[in-house]
Design a protein around this ligand. Structure first.
Ligand code: ACM
Ligand code: ZN
Length: 535
């Protein structure tokens, strides 16, 4: 699929498709329109009908059809069967969308491709298509167009920190909808932190009785002196039924949920409930202010590994994801230096220092995950002391870690703070913005991000770059509306970074389409930051 996309306000799809051919005329959905689904496409057809029905009030019937539909007035979803000797098989996430005055046809090799075709189709309809009740006196027209589309990267992600502030399940589901709307497919769910543990583990009930709650929370910025606290208990957790609901909801939208269980650092909330897993045996307290703790899991204590393997066993039962994220970032070594058990482990395992002890820790966890058919992914600190043999690296401290890992033959997801930390401010005028952790990451800088560091990768290593993702750390996100303010429209720009071709990339063109897109986000009740750009 080659060729530049000429997009106008009439066809304002985000992320920008690979190829768009505008045509004159339009198709109108009416009370007699049906959705015809070929074998295997029924679930996607029902999904489309369920979006269209409430707002249009049209009883769109879904019917199965064994061959391609050419009949007038209808929408058809067809799975194209490719064979092994097909010279140019369709990518599993690719689709074509053809809108003529006569009918609408979406074709793909998989249900996932059809789903992305549906997302593009919905963006061709008036924004009111997303309303949950019937819109009066509306006409549901779609401009005629031919689209061929396929994503640039396999990992198109968004991360959410439910640890620093607990995020209600309903909001997580809303974010998953917004991810699907932007053709993102990897939801990295940060579930454990020094400030709160958020996932029910049946074997360890104190994780939800104790670790999920903190006594109070810091008011204002972490740098403030003196520090002031709000005196209010904060917390919450997702039951295993909640988790299954989220995972199923995401799967229906072709999104994989990658859980993150932090280790060896960012774990003081666990130690508050199970102090025997720390080097000093405590007492510990679920952290009430930001920044990480010196207190981490004891790497010399076998009980730590028993605990983590039991936790991960339940995690793997809940999350079918190939990848399990084990954190690995920001683990201070002070306690290990003083701990007789950790020092004994260093000696017995012939390790050079505490960095190698961290590497020992991560390698042991990787073996456990691999034995269970899963793959380990961790922040780039897992490179220190030697990378586990099959690990995938998530590069956040710039891109060097990711580049090194890819050059060593490991898979990489780029998440550099410089371009993808959506908790950073959106302008340098920090006093005009709500309190944030700092930094300045305006929309244009997110849009400018290029995840493929070709000039630094050894030839032939590019395929190790799985993609990139946006980070939503929640220290300074007290509620869901605030998360939306920080995420949008920057996540919209990032969706284009990971989906759209490099060829034809233009911030001006993006802004032109964003105008229409923001009207959709209005209907979807997204509290995005208003643009201060003037074209
Ligand atoms: C991180 O921001 N500590 C991954
Ligand atoms: Zn120790």
């Amino acid at each position: 699929m080659k060729g530049l996309t000429a997009t106008t306000n009439r066809i304002a799809i985000i992320p920008r498709p690979v190829r768009v051919e505008e045509k004159s005329g339009h198709f109108t959905i009416t009370e007699s329109s049906c959705i015809y689904a070929s074998e295997g496409a029924l679930a996607e057809a029902k999904f489309l009908a369920e979006v269209i029905r409430p707002s249009s009030g049209l009883e769109i019937a879904v019917k199965t059809l064994s061959q391609e539909c050419d009949c007038k007035g209808h929408i058809s979803l067809a799975l194209i069967r490719t064979t092994d000797d097909d010279d140019d098989p369709m990518d599993d996430e690719a689709y074509t969308l053809d809108v003529s005055e006569c009918n609408v046809k979406i074709k793909a090799a998989t249900a996932k491709g059809l789903f992305y075709g549906i997302q593009s189709l919905l963006q061709l309809l008036p924004p009111n298509i997303f309303r949950k009740a019937m819109v009066k006196d509306a006409t549901w027209t779609i401009p005629c167009v031919g689209i061929e589309d396929t994503p640039r990267f396999k990992w198109r992600g968004m991360h959410l920190d439910s640890g620093r502030h607990f995020m209600p399940k309903e909001f997580v589901l809303k974010l998953i909808d917004l991810m699907a709307f932007h053709k993102l497919n990897s939801f990295h769910w940060h579930l454990t932190e020094d400030q709160g543990w958020r996932i029910e583990i049946k074997a360890y009930p104190k994780l939800t009785e104790i670790s999920a709650w903190r006594d109070e929370t810091l008011i204002g910025h972490h740098r403030n002196n003196p520090r002031v606290f709000d005196g209010r208990r904060h917390g919450g957790f997702y039951s295993q039924d909640d988790i299954r609901e989220v995972v199923a909801y995401a799967a229906r939208r072709h999104i994989t949920v990658v859980p993150e269980i932090e280790m060896p650092g960012h774990t003081v909330a666990v130690l508050a409930a199970y102090p025997e897993l720390g080097c000093t045996n405590g007492p510990y307290q679920v952290r009430t202010m930001w920044h990480f703790s010196e207190d981490v899991f004891c790497a010399g204590n076998e009980a730590t590994f028993t605990f983590l393997q039991n936790v991960l066993t339940e995690v793997m039962e809940l999350f079918p994801s190939k990848y399990i994220h084990i954190g690995g970032d920001e683990c201070p070594k002070a306690r290990w230096k003083e701990c007789s058990k950790c020092q004994k482990r260093i000696q017995n395992e012939n390790l050079k220092d505490e960095h190698e002890l961290q590497s020992y820790f991560i390698k042991r966890i990787e073996s456990f995950l691999n034995e269970n058919g899963r793959s380990l992914i961790g922040w780039d600190e897992i490179l220190e002391g030697g990378l586990a043999p099959n690990a995938t690296v998530m590069s956040w401290r710039g891109t060097e870690g990711g580049i090194q890992a890819a050059n060593e033959g490991h898979s990489v997801v780029f998440a550099p703070a410089s371009h993808t930390y959506l908790d950073h401010c959106q302008t340098d005028d920090v006093f005009a913005e709500p309190l944030a952790i700092g930094g300045n990451l305006p929309l244009e800088k997110v849009y400018s991000y290029e995840p493929m560091p070709e000039e630094l990768l050894t030839a032939g290593k590019g395929h190790h770059v799985l993609g990139a993702q946006g980070q939503l750390w929640s220290e300074y996100f007290p509620n869901p509306k605030h998360v939306e303010y920080m995420a949008f429209p920057r996540l919209t720009a990032l969706s284009e970074v990971v989906w759209s071709p490099r060829e034809g990339k233009s911030f001006e063109n993006f802004l032109g389409r964003l105008d229409s897109h923001l009207k959709r986000l209005d209907v979807l009740d997204v509290n995005y930051r208003r643009l201060d750009h003037k074209l």
